[in-house]
Design a protein around this ligand. Structure first.
Ligand SMILES: Nc1ccn([C@@H]2O[C@H](COP(=O)(O)OP(=O)(O)OP(=O)(O)O)[C@@H](O)[C@H]2O)c(=O)n1
Ligand SMILES: C[C@](O)(CO)[C@H](O)COP(=O)(O)O
Length: 227
């Protein structure tokens, strides 16, 4: 496994409709810094030889110059236009990879991940080909159908996070499949291509900023008040 580069494909090409803000949520600030500053920083702290690929909407490419001013030492980043869906944005990012790599695909709007989670995913992917962070469910779960609803055994389910981490020779060919709306993440794409998926322990704080309340939660976390 020598000579493998590390590439973080950070997808920030969405429109953030559930946030209901004029500016797409990935360009908002938390803890007094741009959200993507926190996301990119975690990857640079995890490994100092990390390559960053940032996927952003075509209309917001100029924002990256502003983002980079938040860093004391602005990192080198490859900027790629977003696609119609998350799948297409990830594919645009993967198209930049030209040599054997460990590839981390991460939601730009999960800014609270720790460098140790990134390192756990790296080690897991090197050992088993992929590493997908997951956490247990805290809430009760019911299955709903046309006839009603019934209790489900929550111990049989996990909540899936990013960074979803793969050896490039597994992930890149998997993304040659035609798009299917059931592809909500990289694990679902790789599984359809025949890969066995390996879970690693995720992090409670690694929330996906989706609605306004998540901004308040992230600010509380960054100000040291925890979650
Ligand atoms: N075409 C898309 C859609 C989503 N994403 C990214 O994928 C991550 C997870 O998506 P989600 O939170 O669902 O983002 P949005 O699609 O922006 O939000 P919404 O569903 O509320 O519109 C985000 O970092 C988002 O920017 C992307 O790069 N390209
Ligand atoms: C990739 C993901 O964050 C894993 O939980 C999630 O599947 C993204 O889903 P969304 O519908 O794009 O928010």
């Amino acid at each position: 496994m020598a000579n493998r580069i590390k590439v973080a494909v950070i997808v920030a090409g969405g429109s953030g409709t559930r946030m209901g803000s004029a500016t797409p949520k990935q360009f908002m600030e938390i803890g007094g810094k741009p959200m993507l500053y926190h996301t990119v920083s975690a990857f640079l702290q995890a490994y100092n030889d990390m390559h960053i690929v940032l996927v952003v909407p075509e209309a917001h490419q100029a924002y990256i110059a502003t983002l980079l001013t938040a860093f004391d030492h602005p990192p080198s980043v490859t900027i790629v236009p977003g696609g119609e869906t998350r799948f297409h944005s990830v594919k645009n990012g993967l198209n930049t990879i030209r040599q054997p790599a460990v590839v981390f695909v991460h939601d730009g709007v999960r800014p609270l991940l720790s460098p140790s989670l990134i390192r756990r995913c790296y080690e897991g992917a090197l050992a088993k080909g992929n590493a997908i962070p997951a956490v247990e469910m805290k809430d009760s779960l019911r299955e709903v159908d046309d006839e009603g609803n019934m209790a489900a055994d929550r111990s049989r389910f996990r909540i899936i996070q990013t960074p979803q981490t793969f050896l490039s020779e597994i992930l890149l060919p998997a993304f040659d499949q035609p798009y299917d709306p059931l592809f909500t993440d990289e694990a679902s794409v790789a599984e359809r291509a025949g890969e066995e998926i390996h879970l690693v322990e995720g992090e409670e704080q690694n929330i996906k900023i989706t609605r306004p309340v998540d901004i308040a939660v992230a600010n509380a976390f960054l100000s040291g008040h925890g979650l």
